[in-house]
Design a protein around this ligand. Sequence first.
Ligand code: SAM
Length: 437
Amino acid sequence: MRFDLVSIFPQFFDVLDLSLMGKAKESGALTIAVHDLRDWTEDRHRTVDDTPYGGGAGMVMRADIWGKAIDDIVADSGCRVLAVPTPSGKPLTQEDVRKLARADQIMVACGRYEGIDQRVVDHYRSAGDLDVFEYSIGDYVLNGGEVAGLVLVESIARLLDGFMGNPESLTEESFEGNVVEYPTYTRPAQWRGLDVPEVLQGGNHAAIDAWRRAKSLERTARVRPDLIRQTDPQSLSNADREVLARYGWLAARDASQWDHVTVRPATLNDVEGIAHVAAVTFPDACPPEVTVEAQREHIENNLSEGVIASWINSSRHRVMVADFHGQIAAYTMVELFEPGEGPDDVPHDIIEPAPTYFSKIYTLPQWRGSGLSGAIFEAAIDDARPHAFGTQMVLGTNAGNKRARKFYTRHGWQTIGRRTFMVAGIENEDVVMVRDL
Ligand code: SAM
């Protein structure tokens, strides 16, 4: 690969002799030809600029000088791509860099002062012999195009075959797949009171991959929402969508557009919405032998607006909601138990003292498969953590409900036993699952 870098400060590019770039030059994988634009001037002062037409501050680089330089370099090298750094260009992306890396040769025209006379770009673009690519390296203004030229050279060179010692490090980097990279750590494991996340210190590679993917999505959602917006929800796994839903990005199972959701603690204003979700969803979670009449009785007695308001008012219950444009789309309820207490129907000898009981998680049917349940589930666990009396969470789920058990297992829960309980006079059996808080 060859770069022709044209500038009035050719010394700027001396740094390309360092490190991996220097090695690539030595090995011949990379050829860097640096040209002083002033070599194409004809006056004693080697002038490359003049005052702007129309007035205004600063100087503009002359089209005639640039034209001669570009023509000569093209004639000598056969270069077909002209890259022009400018704050008014297209923001340079990894995708652009990947495309440019397919070229054999690239010339970079580094402007100074107020930039290069517009006719240079217009001429070479319309002549059609060169692909002209105007690019910006960010929304700020530099003194000249040399740094932006270096950015282009380095970002392209590291994609070339054999440039990186370990080519795998390229595939895991930021912007591969529209996400920024997960946080990275090395020894020491403890530093200034900060520990390396436990999962990275164990050897469970599936857990490490899942953790990294979640962190990468979390970071992207926080700092680069524009990248999430460009991502088709259909291209993401359910686990990915669960992470994103926590950060407000929600799309129904089959939708290709994102919508917004807020997962937050419930207030008394949410009581009616929660009661609606409870009434709609409770029958789905019932074992088949529970009659419609018995279901209705259970909803009236245990899931009424009054009962829901009492949870929200109590310091021993934590209620979370997923608020979709003012409508409640899902809710959770967690009960906090002090030492010596526990949920009535869970045998106390199989769980630790002072359990935090994950009593309810319900999502409206239209949001199933969207990641919302996983998002509110993890949010509810995080919400309960600082209020819990013990360190273990407990839940019971219908023994026959495989989908629910798979969901809990994926979220780190383990089955430890069984319990029986009554719904409207009928005895039911659940499996009991636990997870560390
Ligand atoms: N008057 C120009 C404007 O406001 O857009 C700024 C010119 S700047 C002072 C001089 C040169 O620096 C530009 O011609 C360009 O080569 C380079 N430059 C400055 N900021 C840049 C950026 N964000 N991305 C790429 N090149 C930049």
